[in-house]
Design a binder for this molecule. Sequence first.
Ligand SMILES: *Cc1c(COP(=O)(O)O)cnc(C)c1O
Length: 384
Amino acid sequence: MNKDTPMKPATVAAQALGWIDEATKAVAPPLHPSSTFIRDADNGYSSGRNYSRADNPTYDQAEAVLASLENAADAAIFASGMAAATVVFQSLEPGDHVVISRVMYWSLRNWLLTFAADWGLKVEVVDTTDLSALKAAMRLGETALVWIETPGNPTLAVTDIAAAAEIAHGAGARLAVDSTVATPVFTRPLDLGADIVMHSATKYLNGHSDLVAGALATKAVDAHWEKIKRLRIQLGGVLGSFEAWLLLRGMRTLFPRVRAAAANAMAVAQHFRGHPLVEDVLYPGLSNFPGHDVAAKQMLGGFGGLMSIRVKGGERGAIATAANVQIWKRATSLGGVESLIEHRASVEGPDSPAPPDLLRMSVGIEEASDLIDDFEQALTAAQN
Ligand SMILES: *Cc1c(COP(=O)(O)O)cnc(C)c1O
């Protein structure tokens, strides 16, 4: 390929970098279940592989595609999004100060405030949409990491990645971004100054609700990244080769899936904005949403497929609405081709930033009018 005309990201994804299996000339990649690799007669490992907790050849293409999509120096896949995220924190030293977004994946926040705090990290929760609050939280020479999630789940709070990077770096800290909801289709955090990007690959990267996986991508292959790679081997949060193969297959359709989901989310959000049975629609694509201007600056080409609707009638109204959907599926998770709806406050517990009347909606790639009509009838049915 002429290097003056590099492939666009959508082409990289569809062709999975255009790799062809050398041994067979296969267009679809082989799957390598082997846990172990042959040692040479001279006692070395000329293949560069020895054991699958360290590495597996089925990872190579998925990691290379993700690194390309994120404009990263390297990427690593993990057994889950949580395995990927927790390794970033375990690569720090006890006593390090870390700042995390108030609105973020609840299970990671819970782990940070319990296990990670007991282990010695000084975890501080900050509303990172407020840059002066973020700045005020930084401790020069003591803050090791700022962890943000944008758009944040489930209120879709938007944090300015470029500004957060500047603030973190000014205090000598790194910036890590959970970009699961934004996806590499719409946001490239490393280009905006972040050091590490994390994905729950369970969600949009795979896109079919049929595996659990995670990923990290890094701006630089430095000592910190080497430690993260070493921790993957030592802690053992590695992905099975079949899941890695499925993940690559899912990533090939990332762009059309995510673009279709975002177009549907915009249609659903616009339809229910100002609806008499709706209190508020939370979606970064709506011009009146508080984070819209920052989202418009850092999300290119769309605002993603995740949104939330606050319904009138409080918690009871929200749960009754979810009870009446027929096409939307009542289930946790997000980023699949099918639309899912969930009452988040009852999942996240008392310290959740999710209001009790909020339904989180992962918009899939179905016909938009089916999704709108179904939610409309559910709102009406919940009145009775
Ligand atoms: C699901 C999710 C995670 C956790 O990922 P798992 O693959 O479930 O371990 C982290 N962050 C966000 C934003 C998520 O949606």
